[in-house]
Design a protein around this ligand. Structure first.
Ligand code: G1P
Length: 296
């Protein structure tokens, strides 16, 4: 199958983060730090590791911090250099060199489908990736790479899913899949339902914020009317896409955190800190002492 390479990614970061107020009153939740870097930096690094060179951040009401974070910071760099803080200097500089970052305002937060639709001019007629910056793939950063490879081999579009307990599916897009896999951990998607009642859900495979789309998704988004919660749902556009082109479900197993809620955010921060070569050993010692002292 000859497909164009996937070089562009869209990161919708414009949603209203009401579950994280007041921390998100003046900054987007994508800028909340986990250990020493904002959530969105992990996602940009993941995209770059998958071969992405151009990233469009779809921004909302509070945006400046994201653009400043990925820009050069000459004054700060000079201070660090003069102070001999070369490791920090290296890190700060490397952020600006990660990828070409582009920004577009969503205008109104009309839903995830709407956020993706504003990327049309940036994407043009190429396949592209979508990564939701409030989903971190801590142990499975290779997932996006695998999805892009699946697109290269089979064409069409690829959506990432993870299996959860049936009672937990109601907050997500849920897959209806063909039983026979097309390849390892790759199934043909027959349908997708946004936030179903668990009793009516077609499976317990939930969409987890990683997508590779053919540009046909934009035509489908154009035809979508407001759906669940009155929003333009990406899921509804995927349902239309399935009628026109193959869409695959890439099923993965571990290491995903939804950092859009305070509890999951804390779990992600703990997992990331415990895994860090520099502070990990001391942090793990603190955790086990904390568990013992508090009888957890
Ligand atoms: C969005 C999508 C949903 C997906 C989820 C992943 O929902 O609409 O299909 O499963 O992201 O986090 P949201 O979390 O924006 O309500």
């Amino acid at each position: 199958m000859t497909t164009k390479p996937v070089r562009k990614a869209v990161l919708p970061a414009g949603g209203n983060s009401t579950r994280f107020l007041p921390a998100t009153k003046a900054q987007p939740k994508a800028m909340l730090p986990l250990v020493d870097r904002p959530a969105i930096q992990y996602v940009v690094e993941e995209a770059v590791a998958a071969g992405i060179t151009d990233i469009l951040v779809v921004t909302g009401r509070v945006t400046r911090a994201v653009a400043d974070h990925f820009d050069r910071a000459p004054e700060l760099e000079r201070e660090l250099e003069e102070g001999g803080k070369l490791e920090s200097l290296e890190h700060v500089r490397s952020i600006a060199d990660l990828a070409r970052l582009h920004y577009v305002r969503q205008g109104q937060a009309l839903g995830l489908g709407h956020a993706v639709s504003v990327a049309r001019a940036f994407v043009g007629d190429e396949p592209f990736a979508v990564l939701l910056p409030d989903e971190l793939m801590v142990d499975d950063a290779a997932l996006m790479k695998t999805m892009i490879a699946a697109h290269g081999e089979h064409g069409g579009s690829v959506v990432a899913f993870r299996e959860v307990a049936k009672e937990d599916v109601g907050a997500y897009g849920v897959a209806d899949v063909e039983p026979e896999p097309v390849a390892h951990a790759l199934l043909r998607l027959k349908g997708i339902v946004e936030k179903p009642d668990p009793a009516d859900a077609p499976s317990n495979l939930i969409a987890t914020g990683r997508y590779v789309f053919s540009p046909t998704i934009f035509e489908c988004l154009e035809r979508v009317a407001p759906g669940k919660a009155g929003e333009i749902q990406l899921t509804d556009a995927i349902s239309l896409l399935i009628e026109r082109e193959p869409v695959y479900a890439a099923v993965f197993e571990k290491g995903r955190f939804d950092v859009g809620t305070p509890l999951d955010f804390l779990e992600a921060a703990v997992a990331l800190a415990a895994d860090r070569p520099d502070i990990g050993p001391a942090f793990r010692a603190f955790l086990s002492a904390f568990v013992k002292e508090n009888g957890l």
